[in-house]
Design a protein around this ligand. Structure first.
Ligand code: SF4
Length: 348
């Protein structure tokens, strides 16, 4: 964890700041003024909060600190996607991916330093997990992404490094600050949480009362193959996962998106396509087919376009809504972690 004993100010709820200010003997309305500077003006230092008395700013600086992500490397793809490798205050590395589209400025953010789930085709999972991100660091990623765009973010997806449900409390805290009308003020429906299938996390999310989007990585329609591709399947089988997803949809009335990374001759045969259809039949959901982003650490190749078309047709024939993430130069799900992985290996 960061050695800094002060709390990241971007991980503090407005009500908590009001309490702190009240206990410091100051007027509580100062808290809203401070939040205005943090999330509307997006200042990066206490001195910039011009209507806050210097004595209060000094006291705040003794207890709270700004998260400053240090941008180390930028990698642009020819489709406009931008990957950024950043260093946290304790030296750990994370990645964000900016994915611009007409009228959409999306950022894919990390929730952990590394990931313990070791999916076969993912660079992030190959190095294990170092630590969870704090809410202030997650909000810091969002603010840094908006600064990078130079324009208002429209969408946030937790599909970067890490499994968000393994860092449940800090991720939820960050989402509430991002969603707060006095905070970053981004609608919950514009925030997508992506899980590899951590069943307890889906069960907890069901009761949060948040309108966030949920995306579940499937990548195989049968247990023996999913076991090989995603070790998480050993903890929660497909049957358990689908049961909890059905329950989630019934309770929240929200549609889940299933992600299916397509790997040539591994999970893209016609038979597996039909098994996928069987798994999702009569389940109100969306499917996102993602041709694999090839990485050095995994020998799998991306599916041929005709296989992707076949899967799309099989699913659509069953009335299932399908989108295909045609190559964006970067597949945020599979390829995230490559910059970090390479940087760590180079420093060894
Ligand atoms: S795909 Fe997601 S869950 Fe799997 S190892 Fe990578 S970061 Fe972790």
């Amino acid at each position: 964890m960061p050695e800094e004993s002060r709390q990241f100010i971007h991980g503090v709820f407005l009500a908590e700041l009001q309490d702190w200010i009240g206990q410091a003997g100051e007027k509580k309305f100062r808290a809203k003024q401070i939040w205005h500077w943090l999330y509307h003006r997006q200042v990066e230092a206490w001195e910039e909060m011009r209507n806050i008395p210097k004595t209060l700013r000094d006291r705040l600086a003794e207890s709270f600190v700004f998260q400053a992500l240090e941008k180390l490397e930028v990698q642009d793809s020819n489709t406009g996607t931008r990957k950024i490798l950043s260093r946290l205050s304790d030296g750990e590395l994370i990645e964000e991916v900016l994915i611009p589209a007409p009228n959409r400025r999306t950022v894919c953010i990390s929730s952990q330093v590394g990931c313990m789930y070791g999916c076969a085709f993912c660079a992030s999972g190959q190095l294990g997990v170092k630590r969870n991100l704090l809410a202030g660091e997650i909000v810091g990623e969002v603010l840094a992404a908006q600064k990078e765009y130079g324009d208002r973010l429209t969408n946030i997806v937790f599909m970067g490094i890490g499994e968000p449900f393994d860092n449940y409390d800090e991720v939820m805290r960050a989402i509430r600050i991002i969603n707060d009308p006095d905070g970053f003020c981004l609608g919950a429906r514009r925030i997508t949480l992506s899980t590899c299938g951590v069943v307890p996390g889906i069960q907890r999310l069901e009761n949060e009362g948040l309108q966030v989007e949920l995306s579940v990585s499937l990548h195989a329609p049968v247990d023996d193959l999913r076991d090989k591709l995603m070790p998480v399947n050993g903890s929660w089988s497909l049957e358990e996962l689908m049961d909890v997803c059905r329950h989630y949809t019934a309770v929240t009335k929200r549609i889940i998106t299933f992600e299916y990374t397509m790997i040539r001759d591994v999970n893209d045969t016609e038979e597996l396509g039909r098994q996928l259809v069987g798994l999702l039949r009569r389940f109100p959901c969306r499917v996102n087919l993602i041709p694999l982003s090839e990485i050095d650490e995994y020998e799998g190749k991306t599916s041929r376009p005709e296989r992707v078309d076949l899967f799309q047709r099989l699913l659509e024939d069953e009335g299932i809504n399908v989108t295909v993430r045609r190559s964006k130069g970067t597949d945020v799900n599979a390829a995230c972690g490559q910059l970090r992985s390479r940087s760590i290996k180079n420093s060894e």
